[in-house]
Design a protein around this ligand. Structure first.
Ligand SMILES: Cc1cc2nc3c(=O)[nH]c(=O)nc-3n(C[C@H](O)[C@H](O)[C@H](O)COP(=O)(O)O)c2cc1C
Ligand code: SF4
Length: 494
C-alpha cells in the first residue's frame, strides 16, 4: 500500500489537530524546565497583552528566569526576569522589538528549544516530523544510504558511525530486535540530553521512529536518568500525544508500528554505559557486561539491540536537510558569564576561541578547559584557535577553568569521583582508581607508578569508566606538572 506523501500526511495531522500550518500568532513563552524551576520561573507573572505559555530552557541557562516573545518569523528573548519584567517585553509584543535575537541555534537540534510550548500542534508548525514523513516513504536501505552519506557519528561520547551500527541491526532477521535510547546522562557537567527531552521531546520520538524504520525494529525503550523528572514528564507527554495522533502506529505517515516505553535508572556515572543499561532494564545488577557478544548481536533479553544516545537520535532528524547541520551540543559551565547549552557547527571553522566568545569568555582569562569530565582531558589555550574535530569532543561537557581554578585539586577530585563511581566489578578499576587517588598525593615522586597504573587500567578495565579514569590525570601532569603540591593521601581522596 502506498502511504500519503509527507506533505499530505503533515497537512492531515495539522487539520486533525485544529491548527493551520504556517505562521503562528504573537505569544510569549515563559521558560520553565529545570533551569527555570531552579530560579522559580513559575513565580514570574507576565501580563503583557499576549497569551503566555510555558516552554523549556532554550539553552541560555544563564538567562533564567527568561521568556521569549514569539512573532511570526521573529522572536526575542528577555533574560533575568527576576530583576523585573522590562517594558521592552510588552513593547516587543506590540511589534516594537529590537533586532531579532538568537537564542540557541537558528537551525539544528536546538531550534525549537524555548520556542515551542511542547504541544504537538506547535511542533508540527515548526517542522516536526517532517523527516519521519520522508523516511516513512523510503526503503530502509535508502535511509541507511543517506545516513552513510551524511557521516553522522554517535553523540554519546565514542562517535561510532551511526550508519554502521544501524546496518548491523538492519542485517539481523530477528523479529524482536529492539532499540534502546541512552538518556541516562550521569556524567558531571553534561546536560544536553536533559535540554532535548525537556525542550523538544518530539524530536527524540521522531529520531527513534526513523531509526526503527531503517532497521526494522518495532519495540523501543528510552532509559532516562531517574533524577531527570522534568525530562521524563515532557517525553511521556510527547509520547502520549504522538500515539493519539497516530504517529506511532503508522496511521499518520504510513510507517510501521512502533511501541515505545520509558525506563528510569537510579543514576550514577556507570549507569550510562550501554550494557549497564541493558542489565538495569532487565532488573539485573547495574554492572557492565563482558563484550563480545556486542549488543548489536545479543543485547536486551539476548535480542539484537540498537543503542543510541538521545542527541544522536535527535540529530538523525536533520539527515534529509540540505546540507544537514554538522553540529554538536556543548554544555558549557564553570568560570563563564553565560553558561548553558551551545549548539556549534563542527564545520572546519569553529574553534574553542569562537565557542568561548559566544559565552562571553575572554580566552586570555582561561587556564584550560576540562572536556569530558572524569573521563576527559584538559584543553590548553594553545589549542583554542585549532578547528574543532567532532571525534575529539566526546559527549561535549566542557568546564571553563579560569585564573583561580586549582588544577591539582580538580584533578584529585575527579580521580576521587572515579574511585567512588567504580562499580567494583573488575579489579583494575576497583583497585586502580583507589590507588590512583593515593599516588596523586605526591605525583612527582610517584610519576612512574602513576603512568604504569594508568596503562594497566586503560588496557585491562572491563568498561571505559576504568579505561579512561587516568586520562585527565595524564593530561594534567603533562600540562601542569608544577601545580601539584604534596598532600596527605587521605586529603587527596576527599
Ligand atoms: C562510564 C560510562 C558512562 C557513559 N554514559 C553515557 C551516557 O550518559 N549517555 C550516553 O549516551 N552514553 C554514555 N556512555 C556511552 C555508551 O556506553 C554508548 O557508547 C552510547 O550510548 C552509544 O550511543 P551513540 O553511539 O549514539 O553515541 C557511557 C559510557 C561509559 C563507559
Ligand atoms: S571499569 Fe570500573 S566501572 Fe567499569 S566494570 Fe570495571 S569496576 Fe566497574
Amino acid at each position: 500500500m502506498i502511504g500519503p506523501t509527507p506533505t499530505q500526511a503533515l497537512r492531515r495531522l495539522h487539520d486533525a489537530l485544529g491548527a493551520p500550518p504556517g505562521e503562528v500568532e504573537v505569544h510569549v513563552l515563559r521558560h520553565r524546565g529545570t533551569c527555570g524551576d531552579a530560579v522559580d520561573a513559575a513565580a514570574i507573572t507576565l501580563d503583557v497583552g499576549a497569551p503566555v505559555a510555558d516552554a523549556a530552557c532554550d539553552g541560555a541557562c544563564w538567562a533564567a528566569p527568561a521568556a521569549t516573545v514569539v512573532r511570526p518569523g521573529h522572536r526575542h528573548r528577555f533574560a533575568r526576569l527576576d530583576r523585573g519584567v522590562p517594558d521592552e517585553l510588552a513593547a516587543c509584543v506590540r511589534g516594537e522589538c529590537d533586532e531579532p535575537q538568537a537564542g540557541s541555534g537558528e537551525a539544528g537540534l536546538t531550534v525549537r528549544l524555548g520556542r515551542n510550548d511542547g504541544s504537538l500542534t506547535d511542533v508540527l508548525t515548526r517542522g516536526g516530523y517532517g523527516a519521519y514523513a520522508v523516511a516513512a516513504m523510503l526503503q530502509p536501505a535508502r535511509i541507511l544510504e543517506v545516513l552513510r552519506g551524511v557521516g553522522l557519528t554517535g553523540r554519546g561520547g565514542a562517535h561510532f558511525p551511526v550508519a554502521t551500527k544501524w546496518g548491523l541491526l538492519a542485517a539481523h532477521e530477528h523479529p524482536e530486535k529492539v532499540l534502546v535510547v541512552n538518556a541516562e546522562e550521569g556524567e558531571p557537567g553534561v546536560f544536553k540530553d536533559r535540554h532535548l527531552l525537556e525542550g523538544d521531546p518530539h524530536r527524540l520520538v521522531e529520531g527513534m521512529l526513523i531509526a526503527c524504520r531503517a532497521t526494522g525494529i518495532h519495540e523501543a525503550y528510552v532509559y532516562i536518568n531517574g533524577q531527570a523528572r522534568n525530562g521524563r514528564d515532557a517525553f511521556e507527554r510527547a509520547l502520549a500525544d504522538a500515539a493519539a495522533a497516530g504517529i506511532l502506529d503508522g496511521t499518520a505517515f504510513g510507517g510501521d508500528p512502533v511501541t515505545i516505553e520509558v525506563r528510569s535508572g537510579a543514576g550514577g556515572y556507570v549507569c550510562g554505559e550501554e550494557s549497564v543499561i541493558l542489565n538495569s532494564i532487565e532488573g539485573e545488577r547495574p554492572v557492565p557486561r563482558f563484550k563480545p557478544p556486542f549488543a548489536t548481536d545479543s543485547g536486551l533479553w539476548g535480542r539484537p539491540t540498537l543503542i543510541n544516545n538521545a542527541e544522536t537520535l535527535c540529530a538523525v532528524t536533520t539527515i534529509f536537510d540540505s546540507p544537514p547541520p554538522p553540529t554538536k551540543l556543548l554544555p558549557l559551565s564553570g568560570d563563564v558569564p553565560r553558561p548553558g547549552l551551545y549548539e556549534v557547527p563542527v564545520d572546519g571553522n569553529m574553534t574553542w576561541a569562537s565557542v568561548l566568545a559566544m559565552a562571553g569568555v575572554a580566552p586570555a582569562r582561561v587556564q584550560a578547559l576540562l572536556l569530558g569530565g572524569p573521563s576527559g582531558r584538559f584543553v590548553l589555550p594553545e589549542e583554542f584557535d585549532t578547528p574543532l574535530e567532532m571525534r575529539t569532543l566526546g559527549a561535549g561537557g566542557t568546564v571553563v577553568l579560569g585564573p583561580r581554578a586549582d588544577i591539582a585539586a580538580i584533578t584529585r577530585s575527579l580521580a576521587a569521583y572515579n574511585a567512588r563511581e567504580s562499580c567494583g566489578e573488575c579489579t583494575p578499576c576497583r583497585e586502580g582508581t583507589q590507588r590512583l587517588v593515593q599516588l596523586l598525593a605526591d605525583p612527582a615522586t610517584n610519576r612512574d607508578r602513576i603512568d604504569a597504573l594508568i596503562e594497566v587500567m586503560t588496557e585491562a578495565s572491563l568498561c571505559a569508566l576504568g579505561g579512561m579514569a587516568g586520562r585527565h590525570v595524564t593530561s594534567a601532569l603533562a600540562a601542569f606538572p608544577d601545580a601539584f603540591e604534596v598532600t596527605d593521601p587521605t586529603e587527596a581522596s576527599r
